[in-house]
Design a binder for this molecule. Structure first.
Ligand code: HEM
Length: 454
């Protein structure tokens, strides 16, 4: 039996739902829940099904029979990014995951904490009282540098980290552009934009090759070369084979693609929400000062900041950076009491589900304490999936929580950020839901001097 669905209103012959989607992408996606559990949306001439109910989303995410791959959008960027872990399917996906996972083990993250703190301090060291900082760009710079440094460790010098961090945004822009552009024609034309993208990819691959060469020449001790050394030492569990240079490059692009824009966007919204809620900001700061004080962050602190954690949990709900997640049925896929046919493109929007009023009362209110009344584990499966679920669950989840805690804590104990006068921040739907801009004024936090006992 085929699956039952409703069609979203606003379909125009030949254009599908393109007009509705272009007019108000976020409004359109959040409106779909009202039309049913499975809603047909035509992306141009391509029919697709949006899954809106948590149990069906859970079914989609937890397919362990290799009935789903990542879908058409990923096919489009595969020529650029290769078949890294975010693209791979079935047994190949499991093989790659097994090789990458050790790099995200808690012990490794413990070592990356130092890098997270160091980069944040370096990148905010030039801030002066009253400066207006583009916080969205600052968070991107911090995140890319953290990723570049955790990946390449001490094999390359600071200038090379900066070079890599500078290329990454163009590479990601290219990937996102290809993901959303209709057809294939635009990307094949010799436009300046395409030339810029090709140059950035070539530069990235070249930089990665140089790093690998330096590592293989023995200029770095094992363990000092960050994630890259773990990947270089990783062996296929079945064949014992190491990754080829091409595979390594694909994994680095994959991990960067998955981890940079998501985290950078989330952290920009974090400072925005704290600026809108000064009492929360003060509570976050007080907790950091009480638990960590002026010393360096440690891994143990990440689990010892319950209020900070609730703020971040709420951030990942209301300001979920990922707009849509895609899959495609490779074979007929059981869903909602029927089957979707092989070839069907399926989507769900974590952004929209996290704003569903039936699941989260008063969903747009930023309220960290809602997690006290209703811990995430008590929600229906599929209702809160900031890091996905099932076999494709985010490998970098623990890395991301640690990074958000450390960046937040390092900044908040020194600085107060307030939205610049007259700034109007809007959500811009792209592959992630970015702010259009985020100018903020920074003021140093007045230190509470210890009071001498009489
Ligand atoms: C706030 C930040 C982040 C968010 C919201 C996020 C969210 C997600 C989600 C929802 C998925 C599942 C996608 C799917 O089901 O198709 C995913 C996958 C993934 N994430 Fe993250 N992520 C974040 C940060 C990171 C970081 C920092 C890294 C690495 C350093 C990372 C690496 C990955 C990788 C490699 C995958 C692919 C896993 C696979 O397909 O097996 N992510 N992420």
């Amino acid at each position: 039996m085929s699956v039952t669905y409703t069609t979203a209103p606003g379909r125009v012959p030949g254009l599908g739902h393109a007009v509705a989607l272009m007019r108000s992408p976020l409004g359109f996606l959040t409106s779909l829940r009202a039309h049913g559990d499975l809603v047909r949306v035509d992306l141009g001439t391509m029919p697709s099904l949006f899954v809106t109910s948590p149990p069906l989303i859970h079914t989609l995410l937890t397919d362990r029979k290799d009935l789903l791959d990542k879908g058409r959008f990923y096919d489009k960027v595969r020529p650029l990014t290769g078949n890294g872990v975010i693209h791979a399917y079935g047994a190949e996906h499991r093989r790659q995951q097994a090789m990458i996972k050790p790099s995200f083990h808690r012990d490794e993250i413990t070592r990356y904490i130092e890098v997270m703190r160091e980069v944040t301090e370096e990148k905010t060291a030039h801030w002066r009282a009253g400066d207006e900082i583009p916080v969205d760009k600052a968070m991107r710079d911090i995140t890319f540098n953290i990723l570049a440094r955790t990946m390449f460790g001490s094999v390359v010098d600071r200038a090379a980290h900066e070079e890599l961090a500078a290329i990454l945004p163009t590479v990601l822009e290219a990937i996102m552009w290809r993901t959303v552009s209709p057809g294939d024609l635009l990307e094949k034309l010799p436009l300046p934009m395409n030339r810029r993208f090709d140059a950035a990819f070539a530069q990235l691959r070249d930089a990665i090759s140089r790093v690998m060469l330096a590592y293989r020449r023995g200029t770095a001790e094992p363990g000092t070369a960050g994630m890259l050394s773990m990947l270089l030492e990783a062996r296929d569990p079945e064949t014992g084979r190491a990754m080829s240079d091409e595979e390594l490059c694909n994994q680095i692009v994959s991990v960067t693609m998955a981890g940079s824009e998501t985290a950078a966007t989330a952290m920009a919204w974090l400072f925005y929400e704290l600026a809108r809620h000064p009492e929360m900001e003060e509570r976050v700061r007080t907790e950091v000062l009480e638990v960590v004080g002026e010393r360096d962050f440690e891994m143990a602190d990440v689990g010892d900041l319950p209020y900070n954690r609730r703020v971040l949990q709420e951030l990942m709900r209301v300001r979920q950076p990922i707009l849509v997640i895609s899959r495609r049925a490779v074979r007929d896929f059981p869903l909602g009491g029927g089957h979707v046919k092989a070839g069907t493109e399926l989507f769900y929007s974590p952004y929209a589900v996290h704003r569903d009023p039936d699941l989260f009362p008063d969903p747009l209110r930023f309220d960290p304490n809602r997690w006290l009344d209703r811990p995430a584990a008590t929600l229906p499966k599929g209702a809160y999936t900031p890091f996905g679920a099932g076999p494709r669950h985010c490998i970098g989840e623990q890395f991301a929580w640690a990074m958000m805690h450390v960046v937040l804590g390092t900044i908040i104990r020194r600085w107060q950020l307030t939205l610049a006068d007259g700034a109007k921040v809007k959500e811009m739907p792209w592959a992630t839901v970015n702010p259009n801009h985020m100018p903020m004024t920074v003021s140093p936090v007045r230190r509470r001097e210890p009071v001498a006992c009489p």
